[in-house]
Design a binder for this molecule. Sequence first.
Ligand SMILES: Nc1ncnc2c1ncn2[C@@H]1O[C@H](COP(=O)(O)OP(=O)(O)O)[C@@H](O)[C@H]1O
Ligand SMILES: [Mg+2]
Ligand SMILES: [Zn+2]
Length: 535
Amino acid sequence: MYTALYRKWRPMTFDDVVSQPHITATLSRQVAEGKTAHAYLFTGSRGTGKTTCARILAKAVNCLHPKDGKPCLECEICREADLGTLSDIIEIDGASNTGVEDIRELRDSAVYTPERCRYKVYIIDEVHMISPSAFNALLKIMEEPPEHVKFILATTEVHKVPATVISRCQRFDFRRIREEDIVDRLMYIAGCEKIKLERDAAALIARLSDGAMRDALSLLDQCVAFSDRIDRETVSNAAGIAGREYLFDILEAVADNDTPRAMTVTDELYAKSKDMSRLCDELLMQMRNLMLIKTVPGKPELISCLDNEAERLKSICERLSLGDILSRLEVLQSCAEALPRAVSKRTELEMALVKLCNPPVSGGYSSDSSALEKRIEKLESELAKLKSGAVPTEKPQKKPAPAESEPTQTASAPQSEFTAKETSDKLEPCRRWEEILDRLTVENPGCAGALNGSEAYVSGEMMYIVVKNEFFLGLFKKPENAASLKKAALDVTGINYSIRAKCSKSEQNGSNGGKSPVDELIEKAKSADIPVDVE
Ligand SMILES: Nc1ncnc2c1ncn2[C@@H]1O[C@H](COP(=O)(O)OP(=O)(O)O)[C@@H](O)[C@H]1O
Ligand SMILES: [Mg+2]
Ligand SMILES: [Zn+2]
């Protein structure tokens, strides 16, 4: 039977534990001097050696012939402990649902003296997962621990452990394993296992495993499955990072505010059953890389990507300000948080992409007005195109257009349609909309709050508001809301606008036919059907 490398190569003694010298030195000194604590808390990210060190410490305090505080690995206690057959070393998995029961049992059994060892050692792994009642039970014993009992609690999420428990433990924080240490350990293990591993390849594995030795060894296992000679290419294939151009396609689309392109790439990935959460994580990781390139350009080692990807990232980075990057990181972070609960993961990610490609007017973190300027520029050019008829806003016309007889009409179809309906002036974004909303906040904060994130377009004395969803349209059923908005607009602009509202929800027709959101909004505004006017 094949044993996974990470299990097979679990260090048996402190000397084989890498990258945690502060911990292994302290623990072996305590054992050597007979000054061990009643309870320990091992914290730190996964795969850094918490469980491993807990087991080594449990052996060390019980070993019959410890050397400098390290287990001898030869006595019967050490050997049985390594086989997992020693009844005095008890491992409880907090993540399993038997937590409470196990700990009740522990309370009852802890009072009995150990069978063969000096100390009964309880290792409670993933201790943050145990229930509040289990914590209480645990606390009771920890308050007055019998002389012959030791606790080793391990957790990746120390903030979920009650302070009352933490305060009774000696705490050790496990660091992420340094890349060089991962490389050395990988090369050593590969040597023993007769795996031909290139150092370059080991370095890439180390980079990709983000400080977790377990992940590094699992990835090495995967590489072995690919080929018996492991180079960088094997690693990037095994890790599934080969051919991830799509990530950079999306990031470039984001930098260019090109929603249709970002959507198209995502759509293709979705069609290939790409996991949307994974895609979001990957985008997040690359956006983080962009932030690092921007802020600490002299530290390429902080960036996790392939060499050829670094160049492309740099060029994307040049197109974005730090503010642009930070506000997009926020969008991706909240998308990653929302995804597990989302009814439609695809929609959730698409919403994030629309936000990424259409940065908010107020620009999030960005202190400059570049987001606003870009947005206005974009709207202006879209509108110019609209006016010239270059971009038809309607999908294929249902009625056969009388093109031959009236060529000029057809060429400027969107505009003329609009003209016929409402006004002869061109439709443009209302540049003082934010100001109007500010003004409205004073008189009618509820209404202003609800209109946050909506857009307004003006044309002559008409104002079209595109609100986020149907719910907000209900706002204007109340005449006082409509009246106060009208007044705010008048106060700010001096124009007594006729106001109409429409919601921007566009789920009805599913596909957007390649139109940009701006096109869609303008279209919506044009067909605005809720008159807000009170007269
Ligand atoms: N510091 C380390 N030195 C050497 N190997 C390690 C180290 N940390 C983890 N490993 C490897 O990863 C595997 C999992 O480690 P483990 O101690 O279970 O991690 P944790 O409990 O922190 O999640 C071990 O079996 C071992 O192969
Ligand atoms: Mg563990
Ligand atoms: Zn021993």
